[in-house]
Design a binder for this molecule. Structure first.
Ligand SMILES: [Zn+2]
Length: 187
């Protein structure tokens, strides 16, 4: 992926928003939803995750969390962003997850070959130069996924807002083998 804030499309790239077979991507997804709903039956669940676990993971398209972790509908909260980093907004979601919806375990997942590894904090300066305004958020780029998982675990464990920080575990998912590798926290 480009490290530039301004990423012009490759000449051979498909037109933005165009689906594989006519119509826009969104048209395609909305059509798929009609088929999904036709087969769907109300599982009769409430909003509390069955396994009382929240998973924080990168938004990467190659990471199918439910399949990779053997999760079923209703089992967990999934909180995803670029890198799977623990930002203030992730803490917000975890706080609501634990205090209002009963979860108590937290799993953090980064992965190999993450796009975040090709970005630096210069991304913010590039954005500022391009649009005349610096974003208020940190890019949270990292070059060492293991170390960033450790930092993420630390941020969760030390958050004053969370009720439960005794079962916080971190992993790096290998996008070529499908396997999780556990990262031990720094003691
Ligand atoms: Zn990623």
């Amino acid at each position: 992926m480009s490290t530039s804030a301004h990423s012009p499309a490759e000449p051979s790239a498909p037109v933005a928003g165009q689906a594989r077979t006519g119509g826009t991507v969104t048209d395609h997804l909305v059509k798929a939803n009609v088929h999904y709903a036709a087969e769907f039956s109300d599982p009769g669940m409430d909003a509390k995750p069955v396994l009382r676990v929240a998973v924080v993971a990168c938004m990467d398209a190659r990471l199918d969390l439910h399949k990779a972790l053997g999760l079923a509908l209703g089992d967990c909260h999934t909180i995803r962003n670029a890198g799977g980093v623990v930002t203030d907004d992730v803490i917000r979601s975890l706080t609501i997850s634990q205090r209002a919806l009963g979860t108590r375990s937290v799993i953090l997942i980064h992965h190999t070959n993450c796009g975040m590894e090709s970005i630096t904090e210069e991304f913010r300066q590039e954005l500022e130069a391009e649009v005349g305004q610096r974003p208020v958020w940190a890019v949270e780029a990292y070059s060492d996924a293991d170390q960033d998982v450790r930092q993420s675990m630390q941020r969760v464990r030390t958050s004053p807002f969370l009720l439960h920080n005794d079962d916080v575990r971190g992993f790096v998912f290998d996008v070529t083998s499908g396997l999780l590798r556990e990262i031990l926290p720094t003691s």
